[in-house]
Design a protein. Structure first.
Lengths: 805, 339
């Protein structure tokens, strides 16, 4: 909402510096976004009188003028304009002035034009930043010859002389205060904020004898969507430009002046916040106005020249045959005011806000009118608006008002009131405001206080409960004056087990050298192709956004992996040599028969390193460390089989992928190198490593708190062992066999070498372990360790592994 | 014998001066003090002395022995000190050589900020509660006093899954779920992802994070709301921080407020960073609307409460002076490793 400061001053005698005004209003609840001075780009431009004019001796289109700018001596100015005559009053940009040229501020200085000195410039409306709408008698291509609505004192600043010196204040008005989408509404707020009287007089008009009902017949078919419709007739209209005071108020409010009748409807809307519409009676076929729902397939060409298809839930203003306006949104193309209009129907009506909002949205056109209606205006607005329109018609001499208007009123007239309890308000706010002050605040906003109740004025549709009254009191008392206290009472707070677990995982990942990512939860369905998921993969069953911004963000991810792939690919594109990243984020898994999906947390790790491409064991080591910190003691790392729960297993390099299985065989994670095709899909040549861990599943299996194991009292016996076996044999098998063979006294089996090469038969490998044994009951004897080692040899032989000689 | 002993001492001390290493020192010790050393050799002749002379010479011999011993020990220590000095000198490194890189990860600025906010609230007795991001229209809007036709819905451009399911536009949805499940007193914050149909640019993202707070108890006041938020801002931005509360409108709170932070850059004077306003809009808050309480089965005549919603991106960007929101979601390691 753009407010003209000049217009505001019609209703309240505010005389404080602009900064103080805007900050005061912001603090009391009408937030000012910004403000600007009209014509602030003009400087040193004044009213001048052309005393002499003669042709330029060396030019066939230029003139030399002598202009009185109130400085005693006339000033010589050369102009190329053809419309200047002796005696004209014109805007003069003097030496060292600024004006607008093609929308940009330019500086004017004295100079010579074809050898003749020129000490400034005569200006057009555009050079002043104005248009011919602001001064309808001016011409576009020529000097602005000042008319009688301009102060013609020579030497006077042009902004003052033309009234182009208003201040435009832009407000952000919240949706609960449609009354503040008006000059009077903001003037009322200003008066209350600064403790000044609000000067609004009820509009008056004389009118001529007659009844509007003799001209038109109004029938409301849908009284729910149109509780009130008022129609007035203005006869013998004289279409012409509005006076300057109307034009400048419209201009400062961001509305283009058109002609007196259209300007009146706009002026009333801006001033009273109540949209109005004017029809040419000639175009109301059958003299009938019907407010009804649109018919299936019915069409209307709106004022903006676009044909629109209506649907039956939309409300229209129709004549006998056709819709002439979309109720509360926009009028029809041929119903408006023309140059030759003689009789005008003024419509001031009340429409259901939700209906207008829906209609405007469906038709894709939000107008000044719909923006006001959709917030829910009170039906009483319509009356005040029509009265003001009549008053303005007479004031502007725009026609004759037929005295008796039509008023079809089905609106709810039950008076509203809310309990007023000063103690409750103070208790609620934590303040100590005297009751008398509260009443003063409320009455300054026209909220009447009587017998313990508050009676809000009709235009305050937002007041409905005690808390609303508390807000009115608080904002005039000043939110800044409400004290600051600490909430009383003791409260215990603690993180949930889930929160603690996730924090632990985050910290561990950070300490392991991985940096944290945040990626979008929505992805493109194409991402599934990029990670090579088959067409029938269950991961492709997603939560789909019906109105996405674009395909890239159109479905909720069912796998966190492609998000990480994107991040790795992006880092590679940025030529970052290496990345080691993780994200703790959700997946969104639709559940059959449920309204909402499941949103389980996943840990995704992603890494690459151009200098050291093979990261499998680094990733595995990181996961092992993480699982250890998470408190998972027993698990197995194995190749995924065809029954794996991870549909993304197809995205991985078949020889470099593993799943993590807990002791009971549940898979809680997958990791490895992505397949070369997937890398290619991301257009990168690097080897990408990815892990995904299921966090709720992991948490279930992990020990919350580890119990202490006593420190050893007796020394350990360590034996080293090298065996030769098939190179295909996973070392985990050897370890398993060793563990089983040694039994309770085993402390650790540590692999320290794997060798293939000239010393070893082809197809075989040599694996070396260090086996640590220890008993808590006493020092192990050689006999005991030998016995254990013999069992180991035997078990390994069964695996086809023989001692390396 | 006396002369012999004194001469010996003299000889020893003279020799000591020319010895420079531990080996020579040891040789000397053997020569003079050893079992077959020179003092021993002299003492062996003591048998020929008179009973009067014997203790005198014995005493002298002991003194000479301990003098020599002491001199050798002193010399030994001196050599040790010297060697130590040489070693330190030899081992001197160029301390300006680069340190060995130890790799640790970097917390994402959003998460680091969130954890700090969470700590402030945990300290004030607020539990942290989570809720679904894909949410029903009921929890996201209806129960928050925003029926389907409510104009305030226009200010939150919503992603719809279907007519009744949305991507939550605010974590206020968790307020309702909490009030349905818990009885007052309630003190919670609810951080999480929220979604609005905004095209990505330097200050907008279709996905961002909010931290919703809710307090419900008997006698909770608007002054409590102010005190709580002022405390948070001081913890986050320092004791000097100034905040401003001004009236606003949210359908689910009444009175409602927007809270502005005095611009760090210009301290309220107005600068390009705060668009000349002197204040930076930071969060929305208010007293929970009685209709919202009623809808959750809490009697507004008995209980009152406040709620607030903080944009995590905004405070994060302010803290770290990040000027483009896109950086937060790009996950460029050159960006992440700065924190």
């Amino acid at each position: 909402m753009d407010l003209s400061l000049r217009w505001l001053k019609d209703y309240v005698d505010i005389d404080v510096p602009i900064k103080e005004l805007v900050s005061g209003l912001t603090i009391s609840g009408s937030k000012v976004e910004c403000f600007e001075e009209e014509g602030e780009f003009l400087s040193n431009v004044v009213v001048g009188k052309v005393l002499e004019i003669e042709r330029h001796p060396d030019s066939d289109h230029m003139f030399i003028t002598q202009v009185d700018v109130g400085e005693g001596e006339p000033v010589q100015i050369v102009t190329g304009a053809q419309n200047v005559s002796k005696g004209d009053y014109v805007p003069v940009a003097k030496h060292k002035s600024t004006v607008l040229h093609e929308g940009k501020q330019v500086r004017i200085t004295k100079g010579k034009l074809r050898g003749v000195a020129s000490n400034g410039m005569l200006c057009s409306v555009a050079e002043l930043g104005l248009t011919v709408n602001d001064f309808p008698y001016a011409i576009e291509d020529g000097i602005f010859i000042l008319g009688d609505d301009v102060d013609k004192t020579v030497g006077k600043d042009i902004r003052e002389a033309t009234g182009f010196n208003d201040t435009r204040i832009e407000f952000e008005i919240t949706s609960n205060r449609p009354d503040c989408l008006s000059v009077t509404g903001l003037a009322r707020e200003t008066a209350a904020t600064f403790g000044l009287p609000f000067k609004l007089k009820a509009p008056e008009y004389k009118g001529i004898d007659g009844k509007a009902s003799d001209y038109i017949d109004v029938k409301i078919e849908n009284k729910k969507l149109c509780p009130r419709y008022m129609g007035g007739i203005v006869k013998n209209v004289k279409i012409g430009p509005s006076p300057r005071w109307v034009r400048e108020r419209l201009r400062a409010s961001g509305v283009r002046p058109i002609n007196n009748l259209v300007d009146i409807t706009n002026l009333v809307m801006l001033e009273y916040g109540s949209p109005m519409h004017a029809f040419d009676l000639r175009y109301v076929e059958g003299g009938k106005i019907v407010i009804r729902n649109a018919k299936e397939g019915e069409k209307i060409t709106t004022l903006d020249g676009i044909e629109r298809e209506l649907s039956p839930e939309m409300l229209v203003i129709a004549d006998e045959k056709k819709p002439v306006a979309v109720a509360g949104v926009m009028g029809g193309e041929y119903s408006g005011i023309m140059e030759d209009t003689n009789t005008v129907v003024f419509e001031s009506a009340n429409f259901d806000g939700a209906s207008v909002r829906m209609t405007a949205k469906k038709l894709g056109m939000r107008t000044d009118a719909s923006a006001r209606y959709e917030k829910g205006l009170d039906a009483e607005n319509t009356y005040h608006a029509l009265m003001r329109a009549f008053e303005l018609v007479e004031k502007l001499g725009a026609g004759e008002v037929v005295r008796e208007y039509i008023d079809e009123d089905y609106s709810d007239k039950t008076p509203k009131s809310v309990e007023f309890d000063a103690d409750w308000i103070n208790g609620f706010l934590g303040t100590d405001i005297p009751k008398a002050d509260m009443i003063k605040y409320l009455e300054s906003l026209e909220l009447k206080v009587k017998d313990g109740r508050v009676y809000p004025p009709y235009f305050r549709i937002d007041i409905g409960c005690k808390a609303d009254i508390a807000e009115e009191v608080a904002r005039l008392y000043g939110y800044g004056n409400v004290p600051s206290t600490i909430i009383r009472g003791v409260a215990q707070a603690q993180l949930t087990d889930k929160q603690k677990f996730e924090r632990k995982l985050r910290r561990t990942m950070l300490s392991l050298g991985a940096s944290e990512c945040e990626t979008f939860s929505f992805i493109s369905p194409k991402y599934f192709d990029k990670i090579n998921l088959p067409a029938d993969s269950k991961l492709r069953e997603t939560v789909v956004i019906s109105n996405p911004l674009g395909e890239d963000t159109s479905v909720m991810r069912t796998s966190i992996i492609p998000s990480m792939c994107e991040v790795l690919a992006r880092n590679l594109n940025y030529r970052n040599k290496a990345a080691c990243l993780f994200e703790l984020g959700n997946e969104y898994i639709p559940v059959e028969g449920e309204v909402l999906p499941e949103e389980p947390v996943r840990l995704c790790i992603g890494m690459y390193d151009n200098d050291e491409p093979m990261k499998f064991f680094e990733l595995k080591g990181m996961i092992e460390e993480l699982l250890d910190k998470a408190g998972l003691d027993e698990y197995e790392i194995a190749r995924p089989d065809e029954n794996t729960r991870f549909a993304e297993s197809v995205s991985f390099h078949s020889g470099r992928v593993a799943v993590i299985k807990t002791a009971d065989g549940e898979e809680i994670g997958i990791f490895g190198e992505l397949s070369p095709e997937v890398s290619e899909n991301y257009k990168v040549s690097a080897r990408l490593y990815i892990a995904k861990l299921l966090i709720p599943e992991l948490m279930k299996k992990a020990a919350a708190v580890r119990t202490y194991k006593p420190l050893p009292k007796f020394p350990a016996s360590v034996r080293d062992l090298s065996v030769v076996c098939d190179s295909e044999l996973p070392v985990a098998e050897i370890e398993k066999a060793v563990k089983k063979a040694v039994g309770a006294i085993l402390e650790s089996v540590t692999l320290f070498d794997v060798y293939t090469g000239s010393q070893i038969e082809k197809g075989k490998k040599s694996v070396s372990y260090s086996i640590t044994m220890r008993s808590h009951d006493g020092t192990l004897t050689d006999e005991q360790t030998d016995k254990a080692m013999n069992k180991v040899f035997k078990a390994l032989e069964e695996l086809g592994a023989s001692l390396r000689k | 014998m006396k002369e012999q002993l004194l001469k010996l001492e003299e000889q020893a001390k003279a020799q000591l001066a020319s010895i420079a290493d531990a080996k020579g020192l040891e040789e000397m010790r053997v020569r003079f003090l050893g079992k077959k050393g020179e003092i021993t050799a002299i003492l062996k002749q003591m048998g020929g002395l008179s009973a009067e002379e014997r203790p005198v010479i014995g005493q002298l011999a002991n003194k000479v022995r301990s003098d020599i011993e002491e001199a050798i020990t002193d010399k030994q220590n001196a050599i040790k000190r010297e060697l130590a000095q040489i070693r330190l000198k030899e081992e001197t490194v160029d301390v300006t050589l680069p340190g060995k890189k130890i790799k640790t990860g970097h917390a994402h600025p959003l998460d680091a900020t969130l954890e700090e906010v969470e700590e402030v609230f945990l300290g004030m007795g607020f539990d942290i509660v989570e809720g679904p991001e894909v949410e029903t229209d009921h929890y996201c809007f209806e129960a928050l006093n925003m029926p389907k036709s409510h104009p305030a819905r226009d200010t939150q451009d919503t992603f719809y899954i279907n007519e009744n399911v949305v991507l939550r536009t605010q974590t206020s949805s968790v307020q309702i779920r909490t009030m349905e499940q818990r009885k007052p007193p309630i003190r919670i914050i609810s951080p999480g992802r929220v979604y609005r149909s905004d095209t990505v640019d330097a200050t907008h993202s279709p996905l961002f994070h909010q931290i919703e707070g809710l307090v419900i108890d008997k006698g909770v006041t608007m002054a409590d709301l102010k005190g709580t938020l002022e405390l948070l801002m001081k913890r986050l931005y320092g004791e000097e921080t100034k905040v401003r509360f001004r009236p606003h409108h949210f359908p689910y709170t009444e009175p409602s407020a927007e809270v502005d932070l005095m611009c760090f850059n210009c301290r309220g004077a107005g600068c390009p960073m705060c668009k000349q306003e002197g204040w930076i809009e930071l969060l929305g808050a208010g007293m929970v609307h009685p209709k919202v309480l009623e809808g959750c089965g809490i009697d507004p005549e008995v209980y009152s409460g406040f709620a607030f919603g903080i944009g995590l991106e905004r405070i994060t960007m302010g803290r770290y002076k990040v000027n483009d929101m896109r950086l937060l979601y790009e996950n460029d390691v050159r960006f992440l490793s700065q924190f």
